[in-house]
Structure formats: structure tokens, C-alpha cells
Design a protein around this ligand. Sequence first.
Ligand code: GDD
Length: 314
Amino acid sequence: MRALVIGAAGFVGNYLVRHLLEQGDEVFAGTLKEPVALLSDTTLSVDITDSASVAELMHRARPDVVYHLAGISFVPEAESDFDKTLRVNVAGTANVLRQAHLFSKSTSVLFVSSAEVYGHISPTDLPIRETTPTRPANNYSLSKRMAELVAERYVSQGALRCTVVRPFNHIGPGQDSRFVASNFAMQLARIAHGKAPPTLKVGNLEARRDFSDVRDIVRAYRFLAQQGSGVFNLGSGVPRSIQSLLDTLIKVSGLAVKVEQDPARMRGPEVPELYASYEKAHAAAGWKPVITIEQSLADIYGYWHERVRAEVAA
Ligand code: GDD
């Protein structure tokens, strides 16, 4: 299988590339800037906002499957720059879909949308199924839903094979420190190495979200890309408060810390609770998550502990 991963240098992209190589796929990476370490010979540069650049990428990679992961993924970043979010997440995705369609009728695309598209759901909608109505409530979720609609049009016209995945929160070692688990682990590691005072800054600890491990999520991407159609939720099916995430990380670190709410980390009105039914992905591909939250958080803390140690030693 020839696979093209667009957005391969990102957090999830790196894990996906590794997984595809382990499964024996021939893998090409499309990235905006950074090369992908595992793919020194097959990293190609692409700017998804430039249609010609995406066309050239398709012709050089000649993929059977395109995994489209590129985009703005941090909710507050999308909130602060809607223009850029529209350009990258919507127009960029439209370019990828169009160029895949023009390249070959047999090429299929897996588009990574987001659980955020469900937006302000009511508690009676839980757990969220793919049939739950979407009500995007911020710039990020709007952009993801708009991009889904572009994909839906290609699919309904029989012009492209496309699978849409809606992952809930996924975490793991190497994630950008703007995201909650990575951020708390980084702060704790800095405290452990004496690089910061023992006070941890936090935002809304009451939100309840569905966390799974990135290593489980990328397995699902490969299974589901082979389906060639459909919309799939990916999550653990278990709601967890941000407070419980914090408590587990503090326990893993073995530190005594003070916790302080930072107004800058608080967002506008947030959905209090979100969690998935992943029954559809299970039925289609036999997929279920296997890595425990305790394991994910221990690995994330271990990653940051080592990274800060190396910085201190340098
Ligand atoms: N980032 C961050 N930092 N979030 C915090 C903090 C903090 O200090 N304190 C509390 N939170 C809360 C946020 O308010 C939010 O409710 C939750 O932790 C998770 O925030 P993020 O890790 O930033 O992720 P997200 O939920 O906004 O979005 C993630 O999940 C989506 C799928 O549900 C991202 O991975 C998106 O790309 C993804 O689509």
C-alpha cells in the first residue's frame, strides 16, 4: 500500500508514519517545513493552501491512500485567527480532496476531523454517536465541520472515496505543550528539576473529556482508511475530568505542588462533558483502544522528565 501522510511532521503524523511503516506500507510524508526523521528519502514539501503544491505532491507520491492530518489543531489558536483557520482547515482540505480526486478515482482519503464538531450537545446525547447532530460552537469546530461538508459533497457525487474520523482528545509523549496533559506534565517536570517553583497553573478543571492514547488512534486511522467511506468517532468511551488527569499526573510525579487557576487559561463557555461511543469503529474494523490512561500519563510525564533533564544538563 502506498500511503501519503499530509501533516506528517506533527504529533499524530509522527506516530502514524511509524505505525504505517511497521505494517509494511510504503510511506510518503507531506510537510510544510520540517522533514520527518523516519522518512528522509520520501519527505516532500507541501503547502496545503496552495493547490498547485498539493497537485505536485499527489503526482510525486502517487498514493493509494492519503491521510490528511494537516491543520490548525489548538482550539484557542483557531479562536484567535479565523481567517487563517478557514484558509488552512477548510480551503486546505478542499485542495487535498480535489487533488486526490483529480489524481485517481481509486485513491482514497482519510480526513481527520474532530469530536469538537458535535459542539454544544445536551447530556441526553451522551455517549456521542456519529448520528448525534453536529452543532459547531467555536471557530475550530466550524472549520472542521465545513471541511467535512466539502468531503461529503465529493462522496455523495461518487467523485472520491473518503473516510472521515472524529477523534476525541488524544494524548501521548511528544504532544505540543499547549495541550492539557502535555502542559501539566511539562510544568511538573520543570518543578521536579528545580526549573520552576512548585505551583502548577491550570485552567478549567471541571470539564470532562474523553482521552485516548495517540498510539491507539493511529491504529484506527489505518483500519478505517481501508473502509474507504463513512464517519467514525474515535475515543475511549469514558469521560474523565481534567481534575482527575491532573491528580494522576501529580501522583506519577511524586511531587507536592500547589495548584493555581490562571484566568488566561480559562476559555469561553465550554461543553461540560463530552464522550464517545466508538461502537461503529469497533463494528467496522474491530478497533478498540487498549492503552490505559494511567499508562499514557506515565509515558507523557516520563517524556517531559527526560526532556527537561536533558535541557538542564546541556
Ligand atoms: N490546553 C489547556 N491548558 N487546557 C486546559 C488547561 C490548561 O492549562 N486547564 C484546563 N484545560 C481544559 C480545557 O479548557 C479543555 O476543556 C480541556 O482541558 C482539554 O483542552 P486541550 O488539551 O487544549 O484540548 P481540546 O479539548 O481543546 O482539543 C483537543 O481535542 C479535540 C477533540 O476533542 C485537540 O486535540 C483538538 O485538536 C481535537 O480536535
